[in-house]
Design a protein around this ligand. Structure first.
Ligand code: OGA
Ligand code: NI
Length: 369
């Protein structure tokens, strides 16, 4: 595979992206083969892609994302309304929070991270069988969903799983089959609980968002961020907001996830046993800008690999051919609060999101009124 590290006259970006993709071995494959420097296709500084990182360093930020304790939500109505207020405040100001005492045992979280590690670290030949960009597949593994559209590639490989019902068992990768099924069931339950709290936080009845089918479909992304010798030259994940209603993220102890808050990058410091929750673009639209889907990114690190598991909650058919429209919730609009978005065809939105790739711009811009 030809990879350039310096800009010579013969650097052919498209050719190098193709060669990398055809290797089917991902960034991990590069690192395993002894590549120590960051190839130009991954080098964001070379194309001048800076992700607003001229801002003050995150270490100096006095802020940290809110942590919400879910222990008492079903026990005491007074506690519950306090939690709803916390969810409301966090969703409005941060678009991100962490939850503790969420009901999923820590051992299950650890096993899920280990399952993703086993997938990425299994025999390359076995792993390659899953490498594809065909989104109709229930299980796919690839590096950079936007490899050919984004301005710069990220130092990250990902396993995508949409099938996680016991009935899909045979289609799941053997090395993480059981834990995918076990984790999905629990995280889906948590998503329903969170949608209830978020519905209430919007002043709606608790079942509102679930009935709108905001969590009909779950996509699990098992990210693997190999360690990098030149971490300042590349990104783990470029600045973006999520293309779903709600995300529940599990990260390991390495760190590197940063959230944009008041125009500063704030690190989401790993908190043992916690899960990170964030509002996606589509919930941002439903709430008519009341709750925000916030930009975030993952830095590359010299430590690693870093492993994270993002569960994306979506409507059925977002990728399919059937049109499905979502716009600001009627109860939340009024004369003083006119709709800020037109009704969005989910397929049109997804095509736009994927087509532009992670490039620092919002995928909601074309849909704003
Ligand atoms: C994502 C994401 C963060 C992480 O999958 O959209 O932002 O820590 N992941 O991997
Ligand atoms: Ni994200």
């Amino acid at each position: 595979m030809v990879l350039s590290f310096e800009n010579g006259g013969d650097f052919d970006r498209a050719r190098e992206l193709r060669a990398f993709d055809e290797s089917k071995a991902g960034v991990k494959g590069l690192v395993d083969s002894g590549v120590e420097r960051v190839p130009l296709i991954f080098n964001r500084t070379w194309i001048g892609f800076t992700d607003q990182d001229t801002d003050p360093t995150t270490d100096e930020s006095p802020h940290s994302i809110p942590v919400i304790d879910l222990r008492c939500i079903h026990m005491d109505p007074a506690w519950r309304s306090e939690i709803v207020r916390d969810v409301q405040d966090a969703s409005r100001r941060w678009g991100f929070f962490q939850v503790v005492n969420h009901g999923i045992p820590e051992s299950l979280l650890d096993e899920m991270l280990e399952g993703v590690r086993r997938f990425h670290e299994q025999d390359t030949q076995l792993k390659k069988a899953f490498y594809t960009r065909d989104r109709s597949k229930k299980v796919l593994y690839m590096s950079n969903f936007d490899l050919f559209s984004a301005p710069t590639a990220n130092w990250r490989d990902t396993l995508y799983v949409t099938a996680s019902d016991p009935s899909d068992r045979e289609e799941l990768p053997e090395v993480c089959r059981d834990i995918l099924i076990g984790y999905s069931a629990r995280v889906r339950q948590l998503a329903y609980t969170l949608l209830e709290l978020i519905s209430e936080a919007l002043g709606l009845k608790p079942s509102y968002l679930k009935e709108m089918e905001c969590a009909e479909k779950m996509l699990i992304l098992g990210h693997y961020y190999p360690s990098c010798r030149e971490p300042e030259l590349t990104m783990g994940t470029t600045i973006h907001a999520d293309n779903d209603f709600l995300t529940i993220l599990l990260q390991d102890h390495i760190g590197g996830l940063e959230v944009l808050y008041e125009n500063q990058w704030v690190e989401v410091v790993p908190l043992q046993g916690a899960l990170i929750v964030n509002i996606g673009d589509l919930l941002h639209v439903l709430s008519n800008d009341k709750f925000i889907s916030v930009n975030h990114r993952v830095l590359s690190k010299s430590e690693g690999p870093r492993i994270s598991v993002a569960s994306f909650f979506r409507a059925q058919d977002m990728m399919g051919n059937a049109s499905r429209f979502y716009g600001p919730i009627p109860e939340l609009i009024s004369e003083e609060n006119p709709p800020v978005y037109r009704n969005i065809d989910l397929k049109e939105y997804m095509d736009y999101y994927i087509g532009k790739g992670l490039n620092g711009t919002s995928a909601l811009t074309p849909f704003r009124i």
